[in-house]
Design a protein around this ligand. Structure first.
Ligand code: NDP
Length: 400
């Protein structure tokens, strides 16, 4: 039972807050604080009267540590769930440290002026969080998040050692636009247009952007093209899975998305270098983000499913074995339940679950951790209960 402060009121936050309010036996109070208070008020308006959870709203600039500290001192939450953008991770972690409040997020820190994300900055808080007696839970979304919990679960119940992991993220949703992104466009395009990489024998192997392409026949979806990307969880799983030889991450993209992206790149619209426009400095990618459809507006028009999961190869009792754990989520079902499409849904549900497990003590441990470092069982049970049931397939098709 407790009070949580959610920072951000975008697509993912909206789902997480819906789930917090469904789980009203546990979450007695939620405060939604964001840059544009009207967005927090809109979420509150949708939910009030349908939940026992008491909802309040506040305005905050999460780039400002002092403002955050005053807000936390006023609200007095047990945990802060950061669903703003990765740029705000460190300021929010600083404010949690100063107020001795647990911290949870879904994406690792990325400096706004460099398209490079890694855990280094946040792992640096380990000793200070330990000393303060607070838990920092990093990457409690779907990927990273559920994919790492799937890994911990496979290791606990199915393998003595995992040698190869392929994480496959398939979104077969169709929103009817020639080009739009399913979560924050700026973050999405930075991720896709960056160089790819995978983890092999203790080292990073770098590829050109979208250089490695494969096809995969996804359960409940069918065959799709997918491309190798760098992704957050490769870094932490490379350290936390003993005996691991290789981890790769693939994401599906349609032809139309890639053709538009290439064109936008070629004309310089995806650049994060500031340029002068009519006497004002602007960043082309931020301008593009403002022009593109807001991801939260895609919900009513997106049909189809997502399938995100992990294929494991390893050994159990001296025998080689393979296993696939995945979740399939339907865009329209997600929309009917919480008013958001599946990409926000698959991130918002695990954000609520991670927060609950830190607050109820099951995942409380002073320091800064990624999700695979905790017992996966309560998280896996909660996925089934809160809308993301998972399936297990023995001897799945492998990715070459
Ligand atoms: P949105 O852009 O929809 O929402 C971001 C929210 O953060 C907005 O409400 C925005 O306010 C608020 N915000 C931004 N800057 C500040 C600031 N300085 N102070 C206060 N509030 C601020 O993003 P999404 O909901 O799509 O994504 C949220 C997070 O989830 C991102 O970090 C993203 O990387 C992560 N994510 C993780 C996934 C996973 O599986 N692990 C998958 C998808 C997303 P305003 O509306 O005023 O701009």
């Amino acid at each position: 039972m407790g009070k949580v402060l959610v920072i951000g009121a975008g697509g993912v936050a909206s789902v997480a807050i819906h789930k917090i309010c469904q789980n009203d036996e546990f979450f007695t109070e939620v405060c939604i604080a964001t840059r544009t208070k009207a967005k927090a008020d809109a979420i509150k308006e949708k939910l009030e009267g349908k939940t026992k959870t008491v909802i309040t709203t506040e305005e905050v600039d999460a780039d400002n540590v002092e403002e955050l500290v005053s807000l936390i001192e006023k609200v007095k939450p047990e945990a802060v769930l950061n669903l703003a953008l990765p740029y705000q991770d460190l300021t929010i972690m600083d404010a949690c440290l100063e107020t001795k409040t647990h911290y949870i997020d879904t994406a690792n820190y990325e400096p706004e002026d460099t398209a490079k994300f890694e855990y280094k900055w946040q792992w640096d808080y380990m000793d200070r969080y330990k000393k303060a007696g607070i838990t920092g839970l990093l990457g409690s979304g779907f990927d990273p998040g559920v994919t790492s919990v799937f890994t911990a679960y496979a290791l606990k119940h199915y393998f003595d050692e995992i040698h190869y992991i392929d994480i496959l993220d398939c979104n077969a949703g169709d929103h009817g636009y020639p080009f739009a992104t399913n979560f924050n466009p700026e973050i999405n395009i930075r991720e896709v247009s960056a160089k790819g990489s995978y983890w092999e024998n203790g080292e990073w192997v770098e590829t050109e952007p979208l250089e490695i392409k494969r096809k995969y026949n996804f359960p409940e979806i069918g065959e799709k093209d997918m491309y190798l990307l760098h992704h957050e969880e490769l870094e932490s799983l490379g350290i936390h899975v003993p005996g691991i030889k290789r981890i790769r991450f693939f994401m599906t993209f349609g032809e139309s998305y890639l053709t538009h992206l290439k064109c936008l790149e070629n004309v310089g619209m995806t650049s994060i270098e500031p340029i002068m426009f009519e006497g004002k400095e602007i960043i082309p990618l931020q301008f593009l983000t403002a022009v593109l459809p807001d991801p939260s507006s895609l919900g009513p028009r997106t049909v189809g499913k997502t399938n995100i999961g992990c294929i494991f190869q390893g050994v159990k009792d001296g025998e080689e074995k393979t296993l696939y754990i995945y979740n399939v989520c339907d865009h329209q079902e997600a929309y009917a339940e919480v008013g958001s499409q599946a990409v926000s849904y698959t991130t918002g549900v695990p954000a609520m679950i991670g927060t609950m497990l830190v607050m109820n003590g099951q995942w409380e441990s002073p320091g800064v951790y990624t999700v695979e470092e905790f017992d996966p069982d309560p998280f896996m049970d909660a996925l089934n209960k809160w809308g993301l049931p998972w399936q297990i397939e023995e001897n799945p098709e492998l990715v070459d």
